[in-house]
Write a protein that binds this ligand. Sequence first.
Ligand SMILES: [Fe+2]
Length: 262
Amino acid sequence: MKLIHLTDLHLVPPEATLFGFDPAERLRKTVERINRDHADAELCVVTGDLTDEGDVASYGLLREVLKDMRVSTRLLLGNHDSRENFILAFPDEQRDENGFVQSVYESSVGRFIFLDTLVQGHGHGALDGGRLEWLLARLAEKPEAPAYVFAHHPLQPIGLPHFEPWNTANWRHIMRSIVAAGNVRHIFHGHVHVDVGGTWHGVPFSASRGVAHQIIPHFMRRDADFVEDAPAFDVALIENDGFLLHRLEVSDRPVVAVSAAG
Ligand SMILES: [Fe+2]
């Protein structure tokens, strides 16, 4: 099963720019690359910060760009998003019984569980208001099924001081609950704009530097330098007995030679 993981699009209204670049143009190039090389993917998941300021015009632009995407796509919310405006633009996106943009997709290799960690007006994430209980109920109702969790905010620390104030509230309790459930095979997240992966008590996680701007990871400093690298996305190849993650960047590097078929 092939899965595409995109994150942190940070779209701005048409004609506007972000830090001097056009986030929609970066997304268009990324969609073109996915259509060219990965149209066979079962699903594409975008883990939040769909827009930079959560405005209606930016969600409209997102709708327009995604019309060209040939892979079925799920959208999650990040701290830069507006739940209200997102729902206006994407009224058909599934929500849980409390109105959070949380849902389940039954894939060919297990359950994909999509979380809404947005705390409107704040940079950090949370799973309060019934969101954690919803997650744990989804994990418990099919305990034998492998589960893959998707969220904007990391549910575990990533070792960079800059992000400590912007983590998920009560992350340790959340992660202990996930570990106790015993069936989560991987957590995909966004938010951090750096390439990072690891495990927490045996549960693997990953994030890529994303489609919009990137951050130079500083392991001592609390401030952060934003840079404009090539957009990046992940391709996960998930089987019942294994998991592979490829990180790809959308660059214009010229092909310098073509190797014979191996
Ligand atoms: Fe972001």
